[in-house]
Ligand binder design. Structure first.
Ligand code: ATP
Ligand code: MG
Length: 324
């Protein structure tokens, strides 16, 4: 297993008290998988991505284990973490403008990535080779004029171009896991589709695993091979993307899909497009039992009393009393 997350819990210390945001997350990701992490705002998606890249703020308390290729990330020192970021795990952020250094040219930043890659693979730094790697990466990301782009500063590029530069950087670094946190939400729709295809190509070409974080289940459907549905910091459902979209087991997943115009028809031909009534719970006051029970159309007594486990059924995992 490439990435193995066990009993991962994350809480934030705040002036209101401790918010337990992620609760006992168990997740295994294989080489080459594209896993869509979906859920409403506040469900803990970014917290999960930041825990894996060790980018959580100091107020976060982390428990459990995260292993990549058998190496335990949570026990790495700050110094070791710097070595692991980039080549083991690479994160693409929502706001493309925060991903690059605003005062350095694209070329400077790609060469820096090439230098890091060569040094970590035990090669001696060679600037000509680094330049060639950078140009090739830009060509792969469909920049027709890579030499020109190398001389530009981030503010001279559009959001879509910057996300492509960031992906070119990951092409140079060849991480084992790429975590993309809403990487296309700041882009307009046509550019969004292009960037999504580039993610897919990167995955095919380098066999890297991608965790694609989004609140947009239809976007996750287009890109992912597997879907993980988060609610209130818990995995509610996990399975192959086609089967989860066509036959969602968890009432929350059913509601998420029913809220998307082009997808509701998958669930049932006569389903009405509807948004999920109510609000996601506050981490300051989580309901007892199943965290979705106050909004669930199938709620039973047991749901209010005890929280269901994430159980395995065939190739799916589901956290719901309907299936226990
Ligand atoms: N640094 C922090 N300090 C305190 N609480 C935080 C912090 N970061 C996140 N949270 C809280 O943790 C919960 C999960 O946040 P997170 O950003 O992981 O959710 P998300 O699923 O990524 O949401 P979104 O779709 O809006 O990006 C939220 O209730 C959020 O307010
Ligand atoms: Mg987020």
């Amino acid at each position: 297993m490439l990435l193995s997350i066990r009993n991962l819990s994350v809480s934030y210390r705040t002036i209101y008290g401790k918010l337990n945001v992620l609760d006992n997350v168990d997740l295994d990701i294989d080489r080459g998988e594209i896993v869509g992490i979906v859920g409403e705002s506040g469900s803990g998606k970014s917290t999960l991505g930041q825990a894996i890249t060790r980018l959580l703020p100091p107020s976060a308390v982390v428990n459990g284990s995260i292993q990549i290729d058998g190496k335990d990330l949570l026990s790495l020192s700050e110094g070791e973490v710097t070595k692991y970021r980039g080549t083991s795990v690479f994160m693409v952020l929502q706001n493309p403008f925060t991903s690059l250094n605003p005062v350095k040219t694209v070329g400077y930043q790609l060469l820096e990535a090439a230098r890091i890659k060569m040094e970590r693979s035990g090669e001696k730094w060679n600037e000509d080779k680094g330049y060639e790697m950078s140009i090739n990466a830009l060509k792969d990301l469909r920049f027709p004029d890579p030499d020109v782009i190398m001389r530009k500063y981030p503010h001279q590029l559009s959001g879509g171009q910057i996300q492509r530069v960031v992906l070119a950087m990951s092409l140079i670094l060849k991480p084992k896991v790429l975590i993309a946190d809403e990487p296309t939400s700041a882009l307009d729709v046509t550019i969004q589709a292009q960037v999504v295809n580039l993610f897919k190509e990167l995955n095919k070409k380098l066999d890297i695993s991608i965790l694609f974080i989004t609140h947009d289940i239809s976007l996750a459907y287009v890109i992912s091979s597997r879907l993980v549905v988060l609610y209130a910091g818990r995995i509610m459902e996990d399975g192959d993307v086609e089967s989860v979209i066509r036959e969602p087991s968890h009432p929350y997943t059913q509601k998420l899909i029913a809220g998307v115009p082009d997808m509701s028809k998958f669930v049932s031909p006569d389903v009405k497009l509807e948004s999920i009534p109510g609000q996601p719970p506050s981490f300051m006051q989580l309901p007892s039992g199943c965290k979705f029970n106050p909004r669930c159309p199938f709620v039973m007594d047991v749901c209010k009393q005890r929280e269901p486990e994430l159980i395995k059924m065939d190739k799916r995992r589901v956290r719901c009393w309907l299936y226990e």
